[in-house]
Design a protein around this ligand. Structure first.
Ligand SMILES: Cc1cc2nc3c(=O)[nH]c(=O)nc-3n(C[C@H](O)[C@H](O)[C@H](O)COP(=O)(O)OP(=O)(O)OC[C@H]3O[C@@H](n4cnc5c(N)ncnc54)[C@H](O)[C@@H]3O)c2cc1C
Length: 380
């Protein structure tokens, strides 16, 4: 395994950092306070080729691996997690479509994502089905050559801004195996009966759109089935193996930002006649943050490296996910602590980082679920 970045990967990192530093800081506080999803900055990122880099060249993407998408996530989140989430989550679900979609579906959706003409999302969670996705009761029934979908979804990223939403729903509710009851169906959000309502008041990543979705007699052609009927649960697990890597990269980016701000602040802030960075307790905190960040990054690099070589390791992805999220939460906490009262107000980035970090332990598999996956692999 060679984790040295290639020249091309280094160029991606440099370009991403330059773009993020040039565009995010002046907008970050406003977008956070106003919970504003900004189409302009997303389009600009698309024009510069940052969106959908893992999408095959035949659909307009760069044809890179998930690793390169991770590198972008890390750099964007290292400047502002909210805007980073808003931009790079606009392809959330393209990983699944690329793996299981028909040629027609891929030809329709993927180029639009890269070109900045469409945003997509993937709605799995429901009001009564979170960690246990087999509790989902949204149902799709075949009727007159169409799927008729009814149900509701919760916390769907991009719900009110997406042109396409992939809906995880029951297509075979009577199947004796709970895992074989589900399929994914592609739903254009302009379809009658699809209604998304923005969820306001999120703790963090407030520049990213999150919505509740109501589906009432939503009719789409049978051809909108993604992958195999009844295989949705298994497709979802493969999908998570990829998208969870992006969360790890987000976590490492956020933790880096926390460390960067902490170094700057503690060198400049003086108490008891010296910089607070001169206290050994501060130095130990900085050293621990840097070490944890390095460890988290190495875990996700290895997980992404294996994934891009067709050898995904589910337990390793789960380890990387819970560990990197914990590192992000801890680093953000220490950063606020080292800023004292200044860390408690939103003029300082660390206040946002502290709020933004928590989602990393919740979405795409809570830390408890990730540890369960790891434990299962040990005990099987
Ligand atoms: C900002 C945001 C964006 C999101 N984006 C999306 C999206 O785009 N698409 C989507 O489908 N969903 C999305 N989600 C939903 C997210 O994935 C869920 O919130 C998450 O899976 C947890 O589900 P829940 O909230 O229903 O919690 P619950 O499942 O009710 O869990 C509550 C607590 O119980 C614990 N718990 C549950 N079961 C177990 C168990 N077996 N063992 C131990 N502990 C357990 C959990 O770990 C957690 O701590 C998003 C959520 C947020 C907040």
């Amino acid at each position: 395994m060679d984790f040295e970045l290639t020249k091309e990967q280094n160029d991606i990192v440099k370009a991403a950092r330059k773009f993020a530093l040039g565009e995010f800081p002046e907008r970050a506080m406003e977008f956070d306070r106003e919970e504003k999803f900004d189409l302009k900055i997303w389009k600009k990122a698309c024009d510069l080729g940052f969106v959908g880099v893992f999408i095959d060249e035949q659909y307009g993407g760069a044809g890179y691996g998930f690793f390169e998408h991770c590198l972008l996530n890390e750099e964007f989140w290292a400047v502002d997690p909210g805007i980073g989430a808003a931009i790079l989550s606009t392809t959330f679900g393209a990983e699944l479509l690329a793996m299981y979609g028909t040629d027609d579906q891929k030809n329709l959706v993927l180029p639009q994502l890269v070109e900045g003409e469409a945003i997509m999302g993937t709605a799995i969670t429901e009001p009564d089905a979170g960690c246990d996705v087999t509790g989902a009761v949204t149902i799709a029934v075949k009727e007159g050559g169409e799927w008729v979908i009814n149900g509701s979804k919760m916390f769907a990223t991009n719900g009110t801004v997406a042109k396409y939403m992939q809906i995880f729903c029951q297509t075979d509710p009577e199947n004796e195996s709970r895992h074989r009851r589900y399929s994914f169906i592609l739903v254009p959000t302009e379809t009658p009966g699809f209604k998304a309502t923005k969820i306001r008041g999120k703790m963090g990543i407030r520049a990213s759109d999150t919505a509740e979705i109501a589906l009432k007699d939503v009719r789409v052609p049978l051809e909108n089935l993604i992958g195999k009927e009844g295989e949705g649960f298994y497709e979802l697990m493969e999908f998570f193996n990829r998208t969870r890597l992006h969360i790890c990269a987000q976590a490492v980016g956020l933790a880096r930002a926390a460390l960067e701000d902490s170094v700057r602040h503690t060198k400049g802030r003086r108490q008891f006649g010296q910089a607070i960075a001169d206290f050994q307790v501060t130095q130990f905190k900085l050293a621990e943050m840097a070490t944890r960040i390095r460890a988290a990054r190495n875990l996700y690099y290895e997980a992404a490296w294996r994934s891009d070589r067709g050898k995904p390791d589910h337990a390793l992805v789960a380890m990387a996910k819970w560990f990197s999220a914990k590192v992000a939460v801890e680093c953000a906490d220490e950063a606020v602590q080292m800023h004292g009262g200044y860390g408690y107000i939103d003029e300082y980035r660390v206040q946002r980082l502290y709020r933004d970090a928590k989602i990393l332990e919740i979405y795409e598999g809570t830390k408890e679920i990730e540890k369960t996956i790891v434990a299962r692999s040990l005990l099987k």
